[in-house]
Write a protein that binds this ligand. Structure first.
Ligand code: MTE
Ligand code: MO
Length: 393
């Protein structure tokens, strides 16, 4: 594609913040420290987790950069940045979470395959760009209304990067056309993150953002959009990012028996404490994030300082100083909430958090029951160990 190149080596990687914990260098996969993650509601770009499957593409000339929209449509089109910018601009605050978030803890039960992540493979950003519904209207696909039905079709997003899982081909994924044409689903072609042009790591010059869905479907460095009859047959849709029961292993796995993961389930984690923190006697503040997929809000976050025997309810907020109410029009429905609880410490043990979403889904108690060989969707109760001691927490 003119204007943008997907290099085949790692000699042109962008600069990154030194505080990120690097889980894999090439491709670059890194997450911020826990404390940093919950120190703001909107995650600064430099602290936003980076999840890549190949070298970061290089943009030579953004004026020449374009995407093609093709497939099962009457009038395929090539769209330049100015065409995308001419469409109404939306700012959507949405949490992007990798399905592999908290994989490291799942691998303690039994080995899993994949990049090891602690609890910070997610971030909350204000994504600015055009709505996919408006882009699709340019090629004659109507917005979803009660009178339209987009059939079983899918919208495939193809990138420019080169991934070894695709044998050197580009990263790709798809979502249902019914979601893509639904204005309320807020699917974006984003050119801004937190009010600034996207940076290279996060998809410059243009990426897809599918709110409420696992990060893998939010394709970066968009090259083309393809309207197709069946869901995308790429590796990351068919041979990855699927969840299997605990009984499935690498000898008996049948990939085609499971659907690609889409909406993420209710999740929360404590970020004010590391795995073993020495705390002083007295009060302790437990702070973290809670988020659910599919546009579901967070109904409640429970915190326990005795390993789950007794619980207190945490306060929740999105905007500092204002209690969060999922029914409130001003709440960001695609975004996480930050929770906080203060408690007395009785004895030396374990602090636990679990969230409940507005559909009354609750995080599972144990990781064993949701263990899967790819280590995806570890949403088990988040537990941190602590010891009472003299040093500061
Ligand atoms: N082109 C492309 N898009 C991609 C990926 C990728 O490797 N290449 N990784 C996906 C995955 S698995 C996740 S979790 C998110 C991560 O987005 P981020 O790096 O902006 O945090 O991007 C998704 N989009
Ligand atoms: Mo991911």
């Amino acid at each position: 594609m003119p204007g943008i190149r997907g290099p085949s080596d790692y000699s042109q990687e962008p600069p990154r913040h030194p505080c990120l914990a690097i889980n894999s260098k090439e491709p670059f996969n890194a997450e911020p420290p826990r404390q940093v993650l919950v120190s703001s509601y909107v995650t600064p770009v430099e602290f936003f987790y980076k999840r890549n499957h190949g070298p970061i593409p290089v943009v030579d000339d953004v004026e020449r950069y374009s995407i093609s929209v093709t497939g099962l449509i009457d009038n395929p089109k090539q769209l330049f940045m100015k065409d995308i910018r001419n469409l109404p601009k939306y700012n959507v605050t949405a949490t992007l979470q990798c399905a592999g978030n908290r994989r490291t803890a799942m691998s303690k039960t039994k080995t899993v395959k994949g990049v090891g992540w602690d609890v910070c493979a997610l971030g909350n950003a204000v994504w600015g760009g055009a709505k996919l519904v408006d882009v699709l209207e340019l090629v004659g696909i109507p917005k979803l209304t009660s009178a339209t039905w987009s059939g079983g079709k899918h919208v495939e997003f193809i990138s420019i990067d080169k991934c070894k899982e695709e044998n050197g081909g580009p990263y790709k994924a798809s979502i249902a056309l019914s979601q893509a044409t639904n204005p309320a689903a807020d699917v974006l072609l984003a050119y801004e993150m937190n009010g600034e042009p996207l940076n290279r790591d996060h998809g410059y010059p243009l990426r897809v953002v599918v709110p409420g869905v696992i990060g893998a479907r939010s394709v970066k460095w968009l090259d083309s959009i393809n309207i197709i009859a069946e869901e995308c047959q790429g590796f990351f849709m068919q041979k990855d990012y699927k969840m299997f029961p605990p009984s499935v292993n690498w000898d008996n796995i049948k990939w085609s028996t499971r659907r690609p993961l889409m909406d993420f389930p209710v999740q929360s984690a404590i970020c004010s404490l590391e795995d073993v923190t020495i705390v002083k006697h007295g009060k302790i503040t437990v702070k973290g994030y809670a988020v659910s997929g599919g546009g579901r809000g967070i109904e409640r976050v429970d915190v326990s300082i005795d390993g789950g025997k007794t619980w207190v309810e945490a306060s929740r907020y999105q905007k500092t100083g204002t209690p969060y109410n999922p029914d409130d029009e001003s709440s960001d429905r695609w975004a996480w909430v930050i929770f906080e609880a203060t408690a007395d410490i009785p004895t030396s043990t374990e602090i636990v958090a679990k969230a409940v979403d507005t559909a009354a889904n609750v995080q599972p108690e144990n990781v064993e029951s949701i263990w899967n060989l790819r280590g995806v969707l570890n949403t088990s109760w988040h537990r941190v160990q602590f010891r009472i001691g003299k040093s500061n927490m």
